[in-house]
Write a protein that binds this ligand. Structure first.
Ligand code: GLC
Length: 446
């Protein structure tokens, strides 16, 4: 384990957040990037954006859904790559406050989510596709770049100054420019001064000089990016040595509202949350609200299903640590908290008995968390047999068995490593134990 500063502890405790991609692009209904991907006319897009007037946006309703889903924080796109701002920026009038909507959506969001007791973060795209200097870059348009980069810094300063305490700043869109081009060191210093304790993600551009985070980093030259946590996207990959959060769509592909998108079923979304927790990370689950400002019903239904599951099984997720204690892939995932080992079952085989091999620590109690049923078990040296399990799966989602152990759950020496790790000779005596009754290993027949 790496040391987590106290002010960041809420993050791994939270495990589950809501990512919200909302902007004028939602009117087009083909994700968050039609401007670039469809090479749309800039003027027509800007006119469409300025005319955007969502009448059904109710930040409190969004916050209630997040809360009911068991999410503990949220990240809203304050500005995406199209450059349209969802707050009352004084640096431009290309904002929801200055145009048709006449509202500071960031303010409404921050206030409503805070009121529900949720942690609050903002996504901010460094890229702005309307600005020629963004495309030219500092090498080809130094003066234009300087103006543009100062605009970015001034906007970030507004966000970290005018909306009270922020818990996360979630940058994006640094590509193709470097951290030096964006003056990331200066940006980070300014943010930390105004918002001590904030978490900054790792998307401030690659650093040509190999610089690393001013505090908490591994030292100059050790890392090539700024930021406090990793953001694997569309993947759930542990990032050793730091906090991380996998961001995932709840649909098939797009982040912004898309007509005709398909929705992943609730068990798939839950599976992602559990997989992230089982690997020691968070899940930031995205929704693209409608152009009118509502969360799609398909999303709300799934979010609420996850919330109902978390209300019963949340102790296996919130603040839980990675749980790859024993080989358990044939059933599902594991997480660990203190002396408890949680077995989160993906494949309920209806056999009434579940056999867990390789747990060294003595088990004191086994409970089917899903129903509260106490479970009988027998523990030998190498195996734990849990019995009396219902034949029918006790939930349509993922049942959880909690094992209360005499100490922190540890594997048997032979079970410490997976097949492809460690010394393979640890298994020789196990293989030899089959005896010689079957003639199958190339020796002479006796
Ligand atoms: C990618 C997409 C961007 C989206 C982001 C979310 O960077 O290009 O549109 O906002 O992922 O992580």
């Amino acid at each position: 384990m790496y040391a987590i500063p106290d002010e960041w502890r809420w993050f791994p405790e939270a495990r589950f957040g809501m990512f919200i991609h909302w902007g004028p692009y939602s009117r087009i209904g083909r994700g968050e990037q039609p401007l670039f991907r469809e090479h749309l006319d800039q003027r027509a897009y800007a006119a469409m954006a300025c005319d955007w007037c969502p009448t059904r946006f109710d930040a409190a309703a969004w916050a209630r859904v997040a809360k009911r889903a068991g999410m503990r924080y949220a990240i809203l796109t304050s500005r995406h790559h199209d450059g349209f701002c969802l707050w009352n920026s004084q640096c431009t009038d290309y904002t929801s406050a200055s145009q048709a909507a006449g509202r500071d959506f960031v303010r409404e969001y921050v206030d409503a989510f805070r009121a529900e007791g949720l942690r609050v973060g903002l996504y901010y795209s460094l890229a702005d596709w309307r600005i020629p200097a963004y495309w030219e870059g500092p090498a080809h348009d130094p003066a234009g770049w300087e103006r543009f980069c100062s605009y970015v810094h001034a906007q970030v300063r507004e966000l970290v100054t005018n909306y009270g305490r922020l818990d996360v700043l979630w940058f994006d869109g640094a590509w193709p420019h470097s951290a030096e081009d964006w003056r990331a060191a200066e940006l980070v210093a300014m943010i930390r001064e105004l918002q001590p304790g904030i978490l900054i993600n790792n998307r401030l551009g690659r650093s040509a000089e190999g610089a690393t985070s001013a505090d908490g980093g591994a030292g100059p030259g050790a890392a090539t990016e700024w930021g406090d946590f990793g953001t694997p996207e569309h993947h759930i990959i542990a990032e050793p040595g730091r906090l991380w959060e996998s961001c995932q769509v709840s649909t098939w592909r797009l982040w912004g509202h898309a007509r005709g998108e398909r929705w992943r079923p609730a068990d798939v979304l839950l599976d992602m949350l559990v997989e992230a927790a089982s690997k020691g990370g968070n899940l930031l689950l995205n929704v693209g609200p409608t152009p009118e400002g509502e969360l799609p019903a398909a999303f709300v239904a799934r979010a609420e299903a996850l919330g109902r599951w978390l209300a019963v099984h949340g102790e296996a997720i919130y603040g839980a640590e990675a749980g790859d204690v024993c080989e358990f892939i044939t059933y599902g995932y594991q997480t660990v908290k203190g002396n408890a080992l949680y077995l989160i079952v993906r494949f309920w085989d209806g056999q009434g008995v579940l056999r867990l091999a390789g747990l060294d620590t003595r088990v004191e109690r086994a409970v089917l968390l899903t129903t509260g049923q106490e479970l009988a078990f027998e523990q030998g040296v190498d195996e734990l047999a849990i019995s009396g399990l219902p034949i029918e799966p006790p939930t349509e989602l993922l049942p959880v068995i909690k094992l209360e152990c005499a100490g922190r759950p540890q594997p048997r020496p032979w079970a410490k490593d997976r097949l492809w790790q460690g010394d393979p000779r640890r298994m020789t005596s196990w293989a030899a134990a089959r005896g010689t009754s079957v003639w199958a290993d190339g020796r002479e027949r006796a």
